[in-house]
Design a protein around this ligand. Structure first.
Ligand SMILES: NC(=O)c1ccc[n+]([C@@H]2O[C@H](COP(=O)([O-])OP(=O)(O)OC[C@H]3O[C@@H](n4cnc5c(N)ncnc54)[C@H](O)[C@@H]3O)[C@@H](O)[C@H]2O)c1
Length: 296
């Protein structure tokens, strides 16, 4: 397969904007699309500020920064994806919505293009089966935030070809990432292990074992995790965590994966974490621009 020079990114939220930024920073032309024009405007401004910050720190020259921004094109019509060698979707974590998108992408994308999903847990095999090119569908699971985190978990669906796998791995390495490979079972590697830990932290809070602060401090200082599990859940998004737990529960059929009622209640109440200003913790009074975490 020829080298990937142009990609499409669908979804300009937390993950899609970060993926678009990393790709543009590594010399790849990027088309970025979101159904919500406000999300697209927010993505553009967050990518520009992040690039400007790197310039102010002396890590990028002005010339490099304008080259990077010049490689990024926000589009309001998915037809432009016809120019992409690979399209990564990073939209809402819903199998039905993603399948509808894959049907559309299959029609728009050129016949040689790879369709990749950044899903945290949805079956790549099932997404692939909604297209006419299951051998060219693959999971490309970036970690949050994509410009910082070093890992990409590549997930091979039942029909993913070796050629698709090799091209996706080569692209991931070109983006400066380390690749791990998972077979297509619920949660793959990272979330199969991480989400039950986060869910257990919610059970510890729900059953009054300890305060949220002590649960997080315990895991940070006691096990050397850079963020506590509840703080991390707020960072990922409680809706994303809940949806992954439901997928683990349904896909692996074991009640040990049943979501904690407190996690369900927070999501029902709209307490989705940092992105909403309120999750396990309250971020509404935090100074603007402050990000949590030792991961950033
Ligand atoms: N948040 C994380 O830590 C994390 C980490 C790894 C993977 N993921 C996965 O990445 C994906 C996106 O997560 P996120 O946290 O960026 O979500 P987000 O809510 O921040 O962004 C999703 C974006 O997709 C857009 N969108 C929704 N439906 C669309 C459609 N049909 N076409 C185009 N755009 C559409 C929304 O307008 C929104 O801007 C999910 O599959 C999630 O599981 C998330």
């Amino acid at each position: 397969m020829a080298e990937i020079k142009t990609i499409g990114v669908v979804g300009g939220g937390q993950m899609g904007s970060g993926i678009a930024q990393v790709a543009a920073m590594h010399g790849i032309n990027v088309y970025l699309f979101d159904t919500d024009p406000q999300a697209l405007a927010k993505a553009t401004s967050s990518i520009s500020s992040s690039i400007n910050l790197l310039v102010s720190k002396g890590r990028l020259s002005h010339e490099q920064s304008s080259d990077i921004l010049g490689r990024l094109r926000c589009i309001s019509n998915m037809e432009d994806f016809h120019f992409a060698d690979l399209i990564i979707e990073a939209i809402v974590e819903s199998e039905d919505v993603k399948k509808t998108l894959f049907v559309q992408l299959d029609k728009i994308a050129k016949s040689s293009a790879i369709l990749a999903s950044n899903t945290s847990s949805i079956s790549i095999t099932r997404l692939a089966s909604s297209t006419s090119r299951p051998q060219q569908v693959i999971g490309m699971h970036f970690m949050n935030p994509p410009p910082v985190m070093k890992l990409i978990e590549i997930v091979r669906g039942a029909d993913t070809s070796d050629e698709t796998f090799k091209a996706t791995k080569a692209l991931s390495e070109r983006l400066g990432k380390t690749v791990i490979t998972s077979q297509d079972y619920s949660g793959f590697i990272v979330n199969r292990i991480l989400m039950p830990m986060i869910n257990e932290a919610f059970f510890a809070l729900y059953t009054g074992v300890a305060t949220k602060e002590d649960i997080d401090t315990g895991m940070k200082l006691g096990t050397n995790h850079p963020m506590g599990p509840l703080e991390l859940a707020d960072f990922i998004g409680l809706d994303v965590c809940l949806s992954i737990m439901r997928i683990l529960h349904a896909g692996l059929g074991d009640n040990k994966y049943a979501p904690c009622p407190l996690l369900v209640q927070y999501v029902d109440a709209g307490r989705l974490g940092r992105k909403r200003g309120l999750g396990v913790y309250d971020y509404r009074k935090e100074p603007k621009g402050k990000k949590s975490s030792s991961r950033l």
